[in-house]
Each structure stands twice: as C-alpha cells, then as structure tokens.
Design a protein around this ligand. Structure first.
Ligand SMILES: [Zn+2]
Length: 129
C-alpha cells in the first residue's frame, strides 16, 4: 500500500540526505572544536564514519548544543531507513499512510495527524502528572 509516487519518494530521499549531510557537517565542526579528550578522530575520519557511529560519538561527548542535532539526525536516519524497507510515509503507530501535506512540511514525520495529536496529548498529560 504505497500512497507516495516514486518521484515524490526520490524527492523526499534527496531532501533527507541533504539535511543529513548539513547536520553531519555542523556536528563534525562542533566535535572538532570541542577539544574533548575522548575522541582522537580527525575531521577527515569523522566525515567517513557512519551516521550511527557519529551519533554514538556525539552522545558520549555530551555537548548540549548537539543534543538537538542528534535527535534530528536520528529521525532523518529513521526516515531514510523506512525508504529502504518501503515503509516510508506510514504512521509508526497505526501504520496508515501519513498525510502528504504533513510529509511536505517535515519529511521526517513519523505519525499521521490523528496519532500525532494522541501522542502530544499523552505527553502533555505525562507532563502534568
Ligand atoms: Zn496513525
């Protein structure tokens, strides 16, 4: 059940890859400037390691400014994986197709509108408790 055309899928993939690349660059920059003793990798090496490894490394170093970048990177990575296994654009909760308008706003969207609202409500309630 694929509601996204091949052309659209390719566009999303391109968008995702571009933002991942940008993120990787700024992350490498931050890591290089951090002077943290737990990594001895050169910028060149950092550019070659997998996104997973880069995330792992960044998590170890715990620089507040990259925490947000890491979570964005994770969702981009997840979306790219979903493209690979033909599950892109399906809601992670109910597995129904996610509204194209939502994907156009944010290609890493993982939930349909109904589930997103339910999820937000749940989080909000947790927060209140
Ligand atoms: Zn859903």
């Amino acid at each position: 059940m694929q509601h996204i055309s091949e052309t659209q899928l390719n566009q999303y993939q391109l968008l995702l890859l571009n933002s991942l690349e940008t993120l990787r660059h700024s992350m490498t920059d931050i890591l290089m400037r951090s002077n943290h003793t737990c990594h001895n990798l050169s910028a060149q090496q950092l550019q070659k390691i997998s996104t997973d490894d880069l995330i792992e490394l960044a998590l170890k170093i715990e620089i507040p400014s990259i925490t947000h970048k890491i979570s964005t990177m994770k969702s981009i990575d997840a979306a790219l994986n979903n493209i690979q296994i033909d599950m892109y654009g399906l809601c992670s909760d109910c597995e129904e197709p996610i509204e194209i308008t939502r994907l156009n706003i944010d290609p890493t969207t993982q939930r349909c509108l109904a589930c997103e609202n339910r999820y937000k409500k749940q989080k909000h309630n947790e927060y209140k408790l």
